[in-house]
Design a protein around this ligand. Structure first.
Ligand code: ADP
Length: 320
């Protein structure tokens, strides 16, 4: 696992998950706290694998915010980029997987602290020291967070970092699908590595076809790697020179939350010190196999953060 710094930018929040499975939010008898937020999960995934990670984002100066900062610290994620907002509270999400298989979300964000991150508050020293800068905040469309997003990306890129993007589509947060598509594509441009899920591919292209032709409509000049994750079907990869699939591992999935973040964290941890992997198909396939193993392990346990694997757990699954 690499020693270069991976900075992950965006939100950290608490998911409140019903104590009983398969119920709607309105029917939930109670909730359990599950810390998460995709960018924070990615930072912790990297740290769990022995890599160097920092989280950049804003929390509320409240009990939840300090609890989340404590979790990052506990996992060894650098906290120098964490800010606490004096007015707004930490973001909360109420999430359930209903009996009909649909995920239902409700957010407390009116506005929450993460949305109030301002460009001039950013820790530029930290961002400039990133070898990889990963982004994909769900608050992309909200000012001042949007400007902070763009500024951090620019500073990281100018300092020579590889930029990695995951849209983390959460449709209920966007005013309209059209707006979501427009905003996501507008920050797509600078990314070197992009990971989308099959659901995001369908949404962003407007076509339900999960095939190469459709995936490649998302291709852009200067992109180094496009990934489409396919859950139990593994992933597809596309570069300028080659493309292919890497199979998933067979596991008994109990909760897929965080699988994509685990996958991304593993990929970034493996390429941070040697980006030439992106040009070498055999080595890239090895890294994606490792990322698939990490994603698979994350589905075998409840919650996102407690389910992120260590390197030895991933190797054990690969050797089985
Ligand atoms: P996201 O969480 O972004 O929707 P996926 O669900 O596609 O992403 O998961 C990311 C990766 O985790 C997949 O590419 C795959 O390697 C692994 N994964 C996810 N679900 C499963 C599963 N049910 N069985 C095995 N591996 C899985």
């Amino acid at each position: 696992t690499g020693k270069g710094l991976i900075v992950s930018f965006g939100e950290m929040l608490i998911d409140f998950v019903p104590t009983e499975s398969g119920v709607s939010l309105a029917e939930a008898p109670g909730f359990l706290k599950a810390p998460g937020g995709a960018p924070a999960n990615v930072a912790i995934a990297v740290a769990r694998l022995g890599g160097k990670a920092a989280f950049v984002g804003k929390l509320g100066d409240d009990e939840f915010g300090h609890m989340l900062a404590g979790i990052l610290k506990q996992y060894g994620v650098t906290g120098e980029g964490i800010l606490f907002d004096q007015g707004a509270r930490t973001a909360l999400a109420f999430v359930t997987l209903r009996a009909d298989g649909e995920r239902e979300f409700m957010f407390y964000r009116n506005p929450s602290a993460d949305m109030l991150l301002k460009p001039d508050e950013l820790n530029f020293e930290l961002i400039k020291s990133a070898k990889v800068f990963h982004y994909g905040s769900i608050s992309l469309i909200v000012e001042p967070c949007r400007s902070a997003h763009l500024k951090a990306m620019e500073v990281a890129k100018d300092a020579g970092a590889l930029l990695s993007y995951d849209p983390n589509l959460r449709l209920p947060l966007w005013p309209s699908a059209e707006e979501a598509r427009k905003q996501i594509m507008s920050i797509w441009e600078k990314a070197d590595v992009i990971k989308v899920s099959d659901v995001e591919l369908e949404f962003l292209t407007g076509s339900p076809k999960i095939d190469d032709e459709n995936a490649l409509t998302l291709w852009k000049d200067n992109l180094k790697l496009l990934l489409v994750t396919l859950g139990e079907n593994g992933c597809r990869y596309y570069t300028k020179h080659f493309r292919g699939s890497v199979e998933a591992f067979h596991v008994k999935a109990v909760d897929t939350t965080g699988a994509g973040d685990s996958f991304v964290g593993a990929l970034l941890a493996k390429i941070v010190d040697d980006q030439s992997i992106l040009e070498d198909e055999q080595r890239l396939r090895g890294v994606l196999k490792f990322a698939n193993a990490c994603g698979a392990i994350t589905t075998t346990k409840k919650g996102a953060i407690p389910a992120l694997p260590s390197e030895s757990e991933a190797f054990t699954l690969i050797k089985e």
